[in-house]
Design a protein around this ligand. Sequence first.
Ligand SMILES: NC(=O)c1ccc[n+]([C@@H]2O[C@H](COP(=O)([O-])OP(=O)(O)OC[C@H]3O[C@@H](n4cnc5c(N)ncnc54)[C@H](O)[C@@H]3O)[C@@H](O)[C@H]2O)c1
Length: 436
Amino acid sequence: MKISIFGLGYVGAVSCACFAKLGHQIVGVDINEQKVNLIKNGKSPIIEKDLDEYIYEGIQTRKIDATTHVNDAIARTDISIVCVGTPSQINGNINLSYIYKVCNEIAEALKHKNSFHTIVIRSTVVPGTIQQCVQIIEDISGKVHGQDFGVASNPEFLREGTAIEDFWHPPYTVIGTTCPKSEKQLIELYKDIDAPFFTLKPEESEMIKYANNNFHAVKITFANEIGNICKELGVDGHKVMEVVSSDYKLNLSPYYMKPGFAFGGSCLPKDVRGLNYKAKMLDVKVPMLNSLLPSNEYQIQRGLQLVYNTGKRKIGILGFAFKAGTDDLRESPVVELIETLMGKGYELSLYDSNILLSKLMGKNKDYLTGHIPHITKVLKGSIEEVVKESEVIILGNKSPDFAEALKNIQKDKTVIDLVRIDHESVTKDNYVGICW
Ligand SMILES: NC(=O)c1ccc[n+]([C@@H]2O[C@H](COP(=O)([O-])OP(=O)(O)OC[C@H]3O[C@@H](n4cnc5c(N)ncnc54)[C@H](O)[C@@H]3O)[C@@H](O)[C@H]2O)c1
């Protein structure tokens, strides 16, 4: 394929070198003449393992060329990969001016081109940027997206220092586009990279990069905070995190990685509080661990807001133990939601197949009667009863019965899903998800 690569910094230079190695014909483009000349002379503009050799080979085999002339690069290629910088502004917002400038330049060049061209945004950009790029290019070039050109998101996951190795073995390849022609070209472009391939909506693809990097930041900060507490306790934090990281069932796994309602139960809130208190006693600052309970509380507020938004007063709740398959009610966030709604005078009816008053005993019974007064009046014997009496139905846990019942709920009743009960319902008009 014939590919122009805009921006010859870390991402662009590595992309030039590796796509050339895959046999593609590359034209590197940069506003910085020094970088362009270095590449033309077979030298890397950045320090990166093996990159000098790759670029030297690319120049020798005439697979790589470089220029400062956009028109020339667009005329000679079918795909442009944009790798220009997206630095932070002083207020934290991302500076997209380099991206939009390149789109302007490419759009001008496209005026003189008759064949289809794909523009790939490889730089890290906030969701919505691809759509903005499409608009800019259509406005300036007078061409039509999907017909004369296509724009795709294709985030980069390389790490400096192991960039070439990461290019060959990325965790996955992600593309986001609404243009089928561009999608086809990109599938072809990455066919020799052995990694899972995801085709998503542009905004999803753009978001993946942010979710990844923020998750990395969360992990690093978490390990540091645990390490700091461990040091004060005379415990080896590395040993602790080594064992924590060896758990692929609950820790490094999709478990607990699904957006939804607040956490609860008899352990998580208690143990988060316990470690926060211990850190306080040790005079160790743990801003991230401190933020967990307020963030969790906010998720309950979001759930309540969804109820308030409906303007309805008769609320049914299906599932209020903190998860399906248990009758443990202690610190169930749904119970907290119920308490607040009751306090505000909403008419409630509740059902949970695991909560039978006659069978509850001990701490669980005390918790329920203490937190939900008049429980005998509001607790119903079946899903149908709750649905019949309510204008709004809240799904509080993932009991399979609820997914089944959801299929038959009348359209005039609003369903508020806190747990993403199934995928089919998401598109229904009377359905609202807490964070989807
Ligand atoms: N560096 C990394 O490890 C890494 C990894 C993944 C993703 N990213 C993302 O990739 C993007 C690029 O990062 P980088 O570190 O390679 O940036 P960089 O600053 O090293 O390189 C950007 C290059 O773009 C050039 N440029 C600016 N305007 C241009 C224009 N109009 N036309 C042509 N070239 C132009 C600059 O001269 C510079 O050489 C950023 O969005 C970054 O967040 C970076």
